[in-house]
Design a protein around this ligand. Structure first.
Ligand SMILES: Cc1cc2nc3c(=O)[nH]c(=O)nc-3n(C[C@H](O)[C@H](O)[C@H](O)COP(=O)(O)OP(=O)(O)OC[C@H]3O[C@@H](n4cnc5c(N)ncnc54)[C@H](O)[C@@H]3O)c2cc1C
Length: 503
């Protein structure tokens, strides 16, 4: 335990990171008050929360979320009783073994570290309500719902933040933590006081559509690890099945913004299902004998990678010109760093971010140093994940533009492109049949090490090289996701349109 006195801390936002930050800070002995603009969840369980909760503050609330190893391990290691609560609510723990192809699963021998490669599968309604109920049970955390923070109190350069404004009321705090998510107003409030906040902001140029379903009584959902992939990239469209709790599941279809006809189609529930029927990886899931929809299809746009800088200047060769924008103020989660939801990383990186902050407040008392250390650790631990996500976004944009121009993506146009493709194919081939390569991939997928660090493992590198040497044609199939090509899918949509017009 540190000798730093307990602090009176305000957290703005009771989303995933606000709740995570409150747990991390309260555990260190601080007194935490969370201000949340939305009302509390309605009485009942996850279904009431999913269907009835007025949750406008988190527009992504009804979109499916996968909770990766990074986040799950933080929860398991710090709040083990929470896992019992998740299980009681029906959330499923999907471990490494369940993600293996059936023939590999049959001969699976666990290795140390495999227990960290798991996901928690449930609707976000379960994650939020269970996490929130657990938070409310902690003695030194108060959640004030239905209370919109309208400004901050602070002055000077850097802005010394001393409290929050709630309408006419001013409330003082030692520390203010912004967990108000992607639409945070804090940058504007700080700029109004003269702060300069640089922002990296890249449009991923996709829209994200979801439809929820429930398995009918007496039916069993398709087995995991089957021949067809539950998630894949057809180039012009990405899809994914998110099995949830108690028979609920969701399907997402992500479409590049320029694909106008496809975008229109996925917004229509009948066309959404027609598209799912055309993709082998989703077809069985939308079989009307197996499941019925519980919602229409609905979308989420403005998908961007955003990084807000709360420290200006740099530390180069001993010349340190870094100055924080504000003191006693910290932005955590989406309010600071946001990635494309397609990769399912936001809750994990936000939960990590929250725990980094709690450690810093325990280690360091100086307000300027606290801000600089948070900035440095955010760069060290979140930047590689942010960069990998951004690189994937940019590659996706190029790929879909090439497909729209009718280019053949399987044919490289340069030696460099050929090499990159051969390497990618070899990696995909090895990751289908070599368990140590799968483990490496999974460590990246679950954000347990920096993206691509598994390639530092000599055994994995040698295996990929061996696959490369056996020739591209033998590996190429590993990357192929079954499904119609773009023209085929546009024909599916057109046929469905004609069928409906005739009815
Ligand atoms: C479509 C979609 C799908 C996603 N899927 C995944 C996934 O599979 N896995 C994953 O890990 N991540 C996923 N994400 C990302 C994830 O949702 C976010 O990273 C995560 O919710 C960030 O948590 P947060 O607490 O920072 O913000 P949020 O969860 O957005 O919470 C912000 C909170 O602040 C409150 N608030 C805002 N302004 C104020 C104010 N002025 N006063 C008081 N309260 C305020 C809001 O009401 C809200 O409760 C997805 C995102 C989207 C958009």
């Amino acid at each position: 335990m540190s000798n730093i006195a307990p602090l009176n801390i305000a957290i703005v936002g009771a989303g995933i990171c606000g709740l995570g930050a409150s747990l991390a800070l309260a555990r260190k002995g601080h007194k935490v008050t969370i201000f949340e603009r939305d009302v509390p969840p309605p009485p009942g369980g996850a279904d009431e929360a999913f269907f009835d909760w007025d949750r406008k503050g988190a527009g992504q609330f009804r979109h499916p979320h996968a909770f990766l190893g990074l986040m799950c391990n933080i929860l398991r290691d710090n709040y083990p009783e929470l896992l019992t609560d998740f299980e009681a609510a029906g959330a499923r723990r999907v471990g490494f073994e369940l993600m293996l192809p059936p023939e590999m699963a049959a001969n699976y021998v666990p290795e140390p570290g495999d227990e960290d490669l798991w996901v928690l599968m449930c609707r976000r309604a379960v994650m939020e309500t269970v996490l929130r109920a657990y938070t409310e049970r902690q003695g030194n955390i108060t959640i004030k719902s239905g209370q919109t923070v309208t400004g901050l109190i602070g002055e000077g350069t850097p802005v010394n933040v001393t409290g929050l404004q709630l309408g006419d009321e001013e409330v003082s705090f030692d520390i203010v933590v912004d967990c108000s998510g992607r639409t945070t107003k804090f940058p504007g409030w700080l700029r109004y006081r003269g702060a300069v906040i640089e922002v990296e902001d890249d449009d991923a140029e996709i829209v994200y559509f979801t439809r929820h379903y429930k398995v009918k009584p007496g039916q069993v959902e398709p087995a995991p690890g089957g021949k067809e992939r539950g998630a894949g990239d057809l180039g012009y469209l990405k899809y994914g099945v998110f099995p949830g709790e108690n028979g609920h599941f969701a399907i997402i279809l992500c479409v590049p913004t320029p694909e106008v006809a496809l975008r229109k189609a996925v917004n229509d529930p009948v066309q959404f299902d027609a598209i799912c029927h055309a993709i082998p990886g989703t077809r069985d899931w939308v079989d009307p004998d197996l499941a019925e929809p519980t919602t229409d299809s609905f979308g989420f746009g403005d998908i961007r990678a955003v990084w807000r800088h709360y420290v200006n200047g740099e530390d180069v060769e001993g010349w340190d010109s870094r100055v924080p924008v504000a003191t006693n103020f910290f932005a955590i989660g989406d309010a600071a760093v946001r990635t494309n939801p397609l990769y399912g990383r936001g809750c994990s990186t936000g939960m990590l971010h929250a725990h980094i902050l709690a450690d810093i407040l325990e280690e360091e008392a100086d307000p300027i140093q606290r801000a600089l250390i948070l900035d440095q650790r955010t760069e060290d631990q979140l930047r590689p994940i942010f960069k990998a996500s951004l690189d994937e976004d940019r590659a996706g944009i190029k790929r879909s533009a090439a497909l729209m121009n009718g280019e053949d993506l399987a044919r490289p146009h340069s030696l460099k492109a050929w090499f990159a493709m051969s390497f990618g194919d070899a990696m995909a081939g090895a990751a289908l049949s070599e368990i140590h390569v799968i483990r490496g991939f999974m460590r990246t997928f679950h954000l347990l090490e920096k993206p691509g660090d598994f390639l530092k493992d000599k055994r994995i590198r040698n295996t990929i090289l061996r696959y490369m040497l056996r020739g591209r044609s033998r590996n190429a199939s590993a990357r192929i996701v079954n499904g119609p090509d773009r023209a085929g899918m546009l024909a599916v949509i057109a046929d469905e349109g004609i069928k409906r017009a005739a009815e």
